[in-house]
Design a protein around this ligand. Structure first.
Ligand code: PGA
Length: 230
């Protein structure tokens, strides 16, 4: 059995000295889960160099090749500095930067061309959930992003209403959604994200079709991260 994956999304939090101190307190030695840390772009090369046993990911990449795109970071650049993963299509970027499924699909292609594993985020708003259209919405996202039904991709299901709110769907809800997705896309690796904490992580890990967790707020505490990893 492959190890479950824990992706830590630090977002635009913590300064470099805090990041170093945090990682020095993470039990890297005897992990029984795979851990990927996603810091801000500028810290990645420093942390890759300082923590050789850890895997690192970025929180975004450009949908374009190298060129005149001010402020953007190309997937090829991430690969060169030792990044193995990249989070794509996070709802915060969809909302604040207007990224749509087509853009997410283009980023996915660039990540794959650069040999970086994309962690592709999907998830419904509270409005969609209340309408009872969650599954329909998620399938539309997968289709519009261009997820193939016979390829292995890492998908993070993050309901927007669960992110940073302390509220999560029930384990049974996540399980039912994952079973439906796996029924149509059998090769996908499915992560859950949204208010994951040391208190609820084990319950989510207990879902047989769950391949891992995407952790935001709780990954900013070494103690909480260690508990989730234990
Ligand atoms: P959260 O964030 O764990 O703080 O809810 C998860 C995410 O946005 O990836």
């Amino acid at each position: 059995m492959t190890q479950k994956l824990v992706v830590a999304n630090w977002k635009m939090n913590i300064l470099l000295h805090e990041a170093v101190a945090l990682l020095e307190s993470v039990n890297i030695g005897n992990l029984n889960k795979s851990l990927v840390i996603c810091p801000s772009f500028i810290y990645i090369p420093i942390l890759v160099d300082a923590f050789k046993k850890l895997d690192f990911g970025a929180q975004d990449c450009s949908a374009n090749d190298l060129g005149a795109y001010t402020g953007e970071v190309a997937a090829a650049m991430l690969y060169e500095i030792g990044c193995k993963y990249v989070i794509i299509g996070h709802s915060e970027r969809r909302i604040s930067c207007g990224e749509d499924n087509q853009t997410v699909g283009r980023k996915l292609v660039k990540a794959l061309e650069s040999k970086i594993t994309p962690v592709i985020c999907i998830g419904e708003s509270l409005e969609v959930r209340n309408q009872g259209s969650t599954l329909e919405y998620l399938f539309k996202q997968l289709e519009e992003i261009g997820i193939s039904r016979n390829k292995k991709f890492v998908i993070a299901y993050e309901p927007i209403w669960a992110i940073g709110s302390g509220v999560t769907p029930s384990v049974d809800e996540v399980k039912a959604i994952f079973n439906k997705i796996k029924g149509a896309y059998p090769y996908l690796q499915l992560l859950y994200g949204g208010s994951v904490s040391p208190e609820n992580a084990d319950e989510f890990f207990g879902i047989d079709v769950l391949d891992g967790l995407l952790v935001g707020g709780a990954s900013l505490s070494a103690q909480k991260l260690n508990q989730i990893l234990s």
